[in-house]
Design a protein. Structure first.
Length: 225
């Protein structure tokens, strides 16, 4: 008798559904991420011949920036509304980028598919960091480059999200996304799976009409932390 195996249930399924709905309101915050994309691309040393994956790509600012350099870019995100905006951004920019709807903890790509795997303030919101990082490494070619942008927990964004988490707490078992901004935590999570770990710090400006509007947009978008 042949037995059919069913996939293991995702204990964070409901949380991810809430994330998917919340991130659909991301558009007012899009401008915050655009200036950071060239910096991430530069540190990752993306070349025109590279196959690049942008994990949790949002509206496509990183993958489109890579494609404008001639890279074969692919973006993946959980939220259909963001992918629709990303496709439109790519069309207007005149570049070809493949966009897929999917989960950072279950990347729909073969092993060793990409020369460079990137994530700009995206993979940090996956509820199980050990799975997200394992998936990013799985699809990365041997000798490839993985690079991501995060916020340090002790500065503005990290402190704001720590405050929000008191009123919109994350589900049990999910560590704070801001831990990705702690270099010691990152080294521990990467372990011996990654060589030549390098950290760069930079200033990120936050242009907003008012603090109240920024707070409202952030609370509506990010949800439980």
């Amino acid at each position: 008798m042949n037995a059919q195996l069913s996939p293991t249930p995702d204990p964070f399924f409901q949380f991810k559904q809430a994330q998917k709905q919340g991130w659909a309101h991301f558009f007012p915050l899009e401008a915050l991420t655009i200036p950071q994309a060239p910096r991430l691309i530069r540190h990752a040393k993306v070349r025109s011949a590279d196959r690049v994956l942008d994990v949790a790509c949002g509206t496509g600012v990183v993958s489109i920036t890579a494609a404008r350099l001639g890279a074969q870019a692919t973006g993946l995100d959980l939220t259909p509304e963001l992918l629709q905006r990303a496709r439109e951004n790519a069309r207007i920019s005149g570049v070809a980028v493949e966009f897929h709807e999917g989960d950072a903890e279950r990347l729909p790509f073969e092993d060793s598919s990409f020369d460079v795997v990137l994530s700009q303030f995206g993979h940090i919101f996956a509820p199980r960091p050990e799975i997200a990082i394992a998936e990013m490494l799985r699809v990365l070619k041997p000798g490839g480059t993985m690079a991501f942008s995060t916020w340090p927990p002790e500065l503005y964004v990290g402190r704001s999200m720590a405050l929000m988490s008191k009123y919109l707490p994350p589900p049990a078992g999910m560590p704070s996304p801001m831990l990705w901004g702690d270099s010691n935590v990152v080294r521990e999570r990467l372990g011996d799976k990654v060589k030549d770990v390098v950290f760069h710090r930079a200033r990120m400006n936050v242009p907003v009409l008012s603090v109240q509007i920024h707070r409202t947009n952030t609370e509506r978008t990010v949800g439980p932390l």
